[in-house]
Write a protein that binds this ligand. Sequence first.
Ligand code: ASP
Ligand code: MG
Length: 424
Amino acid sequence: MSKIFVFKFGGASVKDAASIQNLRNILHNRLRNPTVIVVSAMGKTTNALEEILGLKLAGADFSLKSTTLKNYHLGICAGLFDKEHRVFSVVENYFSQLERFLHKKLSKENYDEYYDQVVSFGELISSRIVQEYLCESGIFCVWQDAREVVMTNEDYRFAKIHWEKTAQLCQKILRPILEQYPIVTQGFIGSEPGGKTTTLGREGSDFTAAILASGLKAASVTIWKDVDGVLNADPKRFPNTVKFDELDYREAAELTYYGASVIHPKTIKPLANMGIPLFVKSFIHPEGSGTKIHQVDRANTVPCIVVKDSQILVSFKVTDFTFINEAHIHQVYSELERLKLRVNLLQTSAISISIVIDKELFKLEKLIAALTKDFEIRYNEGLQLITVKNHQPEIMAELVAGKEVLLEQITRTTFQIVVKPSAN
Ligand code: ASP
Ligand code: MG
């Protein structure tokens, strides 16, 4: 069999009918080899599904939001298909399944599990619409349920991959299909041993592309984005960004760790392990060279700025006149681990531990409840964590100017600050 390629199309590349037509045109000239096409939910669908579940669990009315979401998908279909096409009933049917699920009695205790059952509809619906449209427009391809291939544990919302099983299923299920047809499948979702749907963490579709590429020993992965490649800062926030033509796996992984949202943090490792190159290219300028992430032996010295929004700074102060020691840190970290909360920044002083975490529904309350008897806890929400790799004094000065800095950490290569975003 000739070389296999994996393409991933994110939410922005399938957000409306014109974008899906553009996706089709990108594929048209690039399907000479066996190809797996991984798609995300359309536009902001995952956020909308999160909100719908949030309303349901708060006992509020979610029907308006779910009707709006259904109409959004049907509207996209109307721009792509004749009125009689079966895709309309496929979409209707997915929404009936979703509503049926949401009308059950659900308790907040199992939020993570429900979350996966609900948000996975975004990818299922999107991948069906894309596959039907490709077939309709002359690119015959097969729809594959990723949950039959991507095997995970039961860590809902952050499921861990069973690599060996998944690789076997890639070979057993996907390879024979690829002998004849391209495959369209969902990013972000998998299934646990009992068969329930799991998800791999927000923006996890990139990771799916890497998982399938590694299971299939693919020749490369291409992530199609709305930017020209990996840039040294988010062009929506900073002027004069620089695109990297190539970047070492390690460097790319580090940027994603600090919150660069161009690639999902877990994407790099499986590809680096197998030496599979990752291309980040623009779906707006598909002929552009993009960025190639592979093994590069030269270190990058270009300053990179990464901004993470919606951060919470939480500080834990010991109340019993002792000083912070390992046991305190361990206690806080165990609780964070239990709640599956990742620490984006840590700072300790004689009497307190400060951590920076992402905002996640119900998690802060649970963290406080668990630790309030041993610590005096304070927190500050709605903050930004800004990381500069390869920092330079002028950049740092510009970043802090006019901002209230709540925390600062600096090493030889990395400068990090937690700030209140300026109101504008
Ligand atoms: N749809 C999911 C999300 O928005 C996964 C992805 O887009 O990669 O997080
Ligand atoms: Mg997305």
